[in-house]
Ligand binder design. Structure first.
Ligand SMILES: *Cc1c(COP(=O)(O)O)cnc(C)c1O
Length: 329
């Protein structure tokens, strides 16, 4: 693959450009060895700590790259989304850093601590409706009436290229990596990383890890087209939601670039979170711990010799994490 070759509209050159654009705006995160997982598997296992980003998750990378690529007219009109989770936080933080106004729309059901967290990042919060779908309608109204830009959490070339900068960093820190485990929901994270890695070596295996409950990308790949799944409560809440029936980039990229999928039970995800805190001394949310969980559950078919696990986020309710850790299994 050459640097300008595009997969579903995204090239390695786009990721390199994102790398320079993000310099100084996001954290270049460390890759640290995991003694315990290495001992357990007999492979050399390392953890890529996206939990160290300012907002506690990698989404800042994509959001920042999306904003730096807006025209100055678009920047003046501002951006919006309806995520109350890591995407909303990342967008709010990136917008403040770049002097762009951000509006995050939320339903009335969103707990006040989440509202406060987004407000503390300097975004305008609009509370409307009784569901996320109704909050999304408010985003669409802002787009219509004010020309605000609706920033997608994953299905956008600049978002994918931003997340792909993780892949370039991995190649610098572990040039002979043979297996990379990546949490998978809408697929922006894994698409960018896989593109960066496969361009360097076709032999690196990239494996997507999701929860059994509502694995939208996995079900879509099986069906051969984007399908909707029923959303269920899961410890990996940041991996919930669909890939969009009109998906334009990540479905295609995952099909072309991802080698395998692992699905985890709730108990396995809990074990990953527990291992993170007690075994690695790391606070990790359910969706961020699925790579470690997949290794612990022995669910990776051919784990290579040099393994990198993307640890994607730390936004977990601490009381809940401590409860999970207390349930010794
Ligand atoms: C959004 C998110 C993911 C999944 O990323 P996609 O690009 O939607 O696949 C994984 N982990 C965390 C912590 C996230 O916030």
């Amino acid at each position: 693959m050459r640097d300008n070759d595009k997969v579903a509209g995204v090239s390695v050159e786009d990721i390199r450009r994102a790398r320079s654009a993000l310099d100084g705006l996001v954290t270049r995160t460390p890759l640290i060895p995991s003694q315990s997982l290495s001992q357990r598997t007999g492979s050399e296992v390392s953890l890529k700590l996206e939990t160290l980003q300012a907002t506690g998750a990698f989404k800042l990378r994509g959001a920042t790259n999306r904003l730096v690529n807006l025209s100055s007219a678009a920047r003046r009109r501002g951006v919006a989304c309806c995520s109350t989770g890591n995407h909303g936080r990342g967008l709010a933080y990136a917008a403040r850093q770049l002097g762009v106004s951000a509006t995050i729309c939320m339903s009335k059901l969103v707990p006040t601590n989440k509202v406060a967290a987004i407000e503390a990042l300097g975004a305008t919060v609009v509370i409307t409706g009784d569901s996320q779908d109704e909050a999304q309608l408010e985003v669409e109204r802002l787009v219509e009436e004010k020309g605000v830009i609706d920033v997608s959490p994953f299905d956008d070339p600049h978002i994918i290229a931003g997340q792909g900068t993780i892949g370039l960093e991995l190649l610098e820190d572990l040039p002979d990596a043979d297996t990379v485990l990546v949490p998978l929901s809408g697929g922006g994270l894994i698409s960018g990383i896989a593109l960066a890695l496969k361009a360097a070596s076709a032999h690196i295996r990239v494996i997507g890890v999701s929860m059994e409950r509502g694995a939208a990308m996995y079900e879509s790949q099986r069906a051969g087209r984007p399908v909707a799944v029923t959303e269920e409560a899961t410890l990996a809440d940041c991996l919930g939601g669909g890939i969009g029936i009109e998906n334009r980039h990540t479905f295609e990229m995952v099909r072309a670039l991802v080698d395998d999928f692992v699905l985890l039970t709730e108990d396995e995800i809990a074990a990953g979170m527990r291992h993170a805190l007690l075994g690695e001394r790391l606070v990790v949310e359910g969706g961020g711990a699925v790579g470690m969980a997949a290794v612990l559950a022995d669910k990776v078919q051919t784990l290579g010799q040099k393994v990198a696990i993307v640890v994607s986020g730390n936004n977990v309710d601490m009381q809940k994490l401590l409860r999970i850790c207390a349930e010794e299994k």
